[in-house]
Design a protein around this ligand. Structure first.
Ligand code: CP
Ligand code: NVA
Length: 305
C-alpha cells in the first residue's frame, strides 16, 4: 500500500483507512514470512536510524525489518555523530537526504522531526518523541485486532501517565472513533489540545483520576512507565503520586473477564504493573513486542518501498 503522507510523525498524518490498511498489511507480512512470501521492496535502499534516547524494541525491530525487506540500516546517535557537537539539524537533514532513503528518528522534541522534514527531502518516521509514539500504537492496534478480532466496539483503558503513548492512543481513538478511558493523576493528564482534538474527531474519551472507574468493564487495558525517558530525575516524586495506579490482579479484576493487557515495555514490575499481571494469562506483551517488527515493515514498505 501507499500512503498519502510522505512522513509518519503522528497518527494524525494518516487517514482512518490508512490506519486500518497498515494493520492489515502488517498482519499479511507476519503471516507471509514463515510461508516464504518475503517481498523485498527496500532492495538497494538505506535507512538511517538516529536515536537520541535508549531503545531495545524499536531499534531492533526497525533494523531487522529493513533487513527483511531487502535494505540496509545505519545506526547513529548524537554521541557518535556531529549532531552531538551542535551541527544544526537543518544541515544534517540536507546532507543525509543525499545519502539515504529515509530517517527513523527517536528524540525529545517533536519539533526536531518537523525541522528534519522541512530541510530534508526523504521520509521521516517518528520512532518516539516526548509527545508521541505512533509506531508503537499502530502495532498495538495489530495486537488488539489479532486477540479480539476487531478494533471497533471495544472499550480501551489507559492507566497512569498522560504521556507520549497516551497521546498516540488518543490519536488512534480519534481516527477510528474508539472509546478510550484514561485514568491519570492530577498534573499528569494528557495534553488538553490532543484530548480536545480526539473528542472533536468523534472519539469517546473519558478522563478521570480514578483507575477503578477507567478500568471497569474495559476490554483492552494499557499502562506504561510512570517516568518516561528524560524524566528519570522525577521518578521518586512520581512513585509517590501514582500510588493506587499499579495494575495488579485486584485492579484488573474490575475489567472485562477476557480483558487483554498491553504494556509497550520496558516494564517496571511493582510500579505501574504487578508481576502477577505482567506474567499472567491476560498479558499480551510478548505478542505486542513481536508485532513491532511486522508493523515497522508495513510502515517502511508504504513510505520507502
Ligand atoms: N516500546 C518501545 O518503544 O521499546 P524500546 O524503548 O525498547 O524501543
Ligand atoms: N513512555 C515511555 C515509552 C517507552 C517505550 C518513554 O517515553 O520512555
Amino acid at each position: 500500500m501507499r500512503l498519502n503522507t510522505k512522513h509518519l510523525l503522528t497518527i494524525r498524518d494518516l487517514s482512518p483507512d490508512e490506519v486500518r490498511g497498515l494493520v492489515a498489511r502488517a498482519a499479511e507480512l507476519k503471516a507471509g514470512w514463515p510461508a516464504g512470501n518475503r517481498p523485498r521492496p527496500l532492495t538497494d535502499k538505506v535507512v538511517a536510524l538516529i536515536f537520541e534516547k535508549a531503545s531495545t524494541r524499536t531499534r531492533v525491530s526497525f533494523e531487522v525489518g529493513v533487513a527483511q525487506l531487502g535494505g540496509r540500516t545505519i545506526f547513529m546517535t548524537n554521541r557518535d555523530s556531529q549532531l552531538g557537537r551542535s551541527e544544526p539539524l537543518k544541515d544534517t537533514a540536507r546532507v543525509l537526504s543525499r545519502y539515504v532513503d529515509a530517517l527513523v528518528v527517536r528524540t525529545f522534541g517533536q519539533e526536531v522531526l518537523t525541522e528534519l522534514t522541512n530541510y530534508g527531502s526523504i521520509p521521516v518516521v517518528n520512532a518516539l518523541t516526548d509527545r508521541y509514539h505512533p509506531c508503537q500504537v499502530l502495532s498495538d492496534l495489530l495486537t488488539v485486532s489479532e486477540v479480539k478480532g476487531r478494533l471497533e466496539g471495544l472499550t480501551y483503558c489507559w492507566l497512569g501517565d498522560g504521556n507520549n503513548m497516551a497521546h498516540s492512543w488518543l490519536e488512534a481513538a480519534a481516527k477510528l472513533g474508539l472509546s478510550l478511558r484514561l485514568a491519570c493523576p492530577e498534573g499528569f493528564q494528557p495534553d488538553p489540545g490532543i484530548l480536545a482534538h480526539a473528542r472533536a474527531q468523534g472519539a469517546e474519551v473519558l478522563l478521570t483520576d480514578d483507575p477503578r472507574q477507567a478500568i471497569a468493564g474495559a476490554d483492552v487495558v494499557n499502562t506504561d512507565v510512570w517516568a518516561s525517558m528524560g524524566q528519570e530525575d522525577d521518578a521518586d516524586r512520581r512513585r509517590r503520586l501514582f500510588g493506587g495506579y499499579t495494575l495488579d490482579a485486584k485492579l484488573l479484576s474490575l475489567a472485562a473477564k477476557d480483558a487483554m493487557v498491553l504494556h509497550c515495555l520496558p516494564a517496571h514490575r511493582g510500579e505501574e504493573i504487578a508481576e502477577e499481571v505482567l506474567e499472567g494469562p491476560q498479558a499480551q506483551v510478548w505478542r505486542q513486542a513481536e508485532n513491532r517488527l511486522h508493523m515497522q515493515k508495513a510502515i517502511l514498505e508504504a513510505l520507502v518501498g
